[in-house]
Design a protein around this ligand. Structure first.
Ligand code: GLY
Length: 347
């Protein structure tokens, strides 16, 4: 069974948390579960499977969120890993971050020719006194840690998209990237999920993989990894490697990751802001909504042209999301199986 976003019923106007792949209201959100892992977009289904191999065996949330997003880094997609769309000079540059349950965090930005930026981010966290390494320095560190320097080639699909983009060389955001997927419900789950397809016209788009998990011991961790905005200015860095913007974890409260236009996530310190609303007692969904509303307010009429989305998981294993626009979804994996939940949205 293939899934087409247009087939989903959006229940947000009814105040219902979301619509799942199986057609049930999201029960696990209401009751909370652990272990649990959630991840952005339908690519999150495959990523969650990687994380679940760790969590289901009693492994740590930190190991799970690293392993999980590595799955997406290995896939060819528009927006994650070395197969992704390049910057406007034709080079793929990658951003990633990771954070554990004790405020330890690490990130890399503007990293080139390294297959798993999330693992380099973890090494930054565990082996240096720093939080963030960028560009040539990040690559030098990765090589010193034993990572392989990959070829400076574009994947076949990225090359095609880049050549298409060069014809116009425009720089405009496109929201609600519609993708084909072969994602299936739990009962039919197999290994044939396709990564998100890139936009064939080479337009600008976003699709960070962000993941947060709660392990059997009750500890939270999070990760995110992306090539950022396709055909971006060389040197551009988005929200994903910025702790507090693209990712934040407070083990007493919850864990949050963002996807969408990074500049507007950074502007509101998005993930940290969502965590703070959860600290005040808001549900994960309501906390996400309040920050998305803030983005809408400060962007005014420009909010029509951007997408910003958050997913959040609290200490009880309750989860939720909110997006600026229709079209965002996130994947959930627990012992009960997996769900793909269509996010509520404000515009
Ligand atoms: N949210 C990913 C980026 O803007 O780079």
């Amino acid at each position: 069974m293939s899934i087409n976003r247009r087939n989903f019923i959006n229940l947000s106007s009814l105040g219902i948390a979301g619509f799942t792949l199986q057609g049930f209201v999201n029960k696990s959100s209401a009751k909370g579960m652990k272990p649990i892992v959630i991840a952005t977009w339908d690519a999150g289904i495959n990523a969650n499977k990687g994380a679940w191999e760790v969590l289901s065996k009693g492994g740590s949330a930190l190991d799970a969120v690293e392993k999980g997003v590595m799955v997406t880094e290995d896939e060819i997609s528009c927006c994650v890993g070395l197969g992704a769309n390049p910057d406007r000079d034709g080079h793929v540059t990658l951003d990633a971050s990771i954070m554990d349950h004790e405020f330890n965090c690490g990130s890399v930005a503007f990293l080139e020719r390294i297959k798993h930026p999330i693992s380099v981010a973890r090494k930054v966290m565990e082996k240096t006194p720093h939080v963030m390494l960028v560009g040539a320095g990040a690559q030098q560190f990765a090589l010193a840690e034993g990572f392989t320097l990959e070829a400076d080639n574009l994947s076949e699909s990225a090359d095609k998209a880049y050549k298409q983009w060069l014809k116009k060389s425009t720089y405009k955001p496109v929201i609600n990237v519609e993708r084909q997927t072969t994602a299936q419900p739990t009962s039919q789950l197999d290994d044939k999920f396709k990564a998100p397809a890139r936009l064939s016209n080479g337009d600008w788009n976003h699709d960070t993989i962000g993941m947060v998990a709660l392990d059997a011991k009750g500890n939270l961790s999070g990760s995110c990894t992306t090539s950022g905005a396709g055909f971006k200015l060389r040197g551009r860095v988005g929200d994903s490697p910025i702790i507090g913007a693209g990712l934040y974890v407070d083990n007493e409260v919850g864990a949050v990751v963002a996807t969408g236009q990074g500049e507007d996530v950074i502007r509101v310190a998005g993930s940290s802001a969502v965590v703070e609303f959860m600290r005040q007692g808001k549900s994960p969904q309501e906390a996400c909504r309040l920050v998305v509303e803030k983005v809408r307010k400060i962007k005014k009429e420009k909010a029509a042209d951007i997408q910003v989305c958050f997913i959040a998981l609290n200490k009880k294993g309750e989860h939720g999301s909110y997006a600026l626009h229709k079209g965002f979804n996130y994947a959930v994996q627990t012992a009960e199986g997996h769900q793909l939940i269509e996010s509520p949205f404000v515009m």
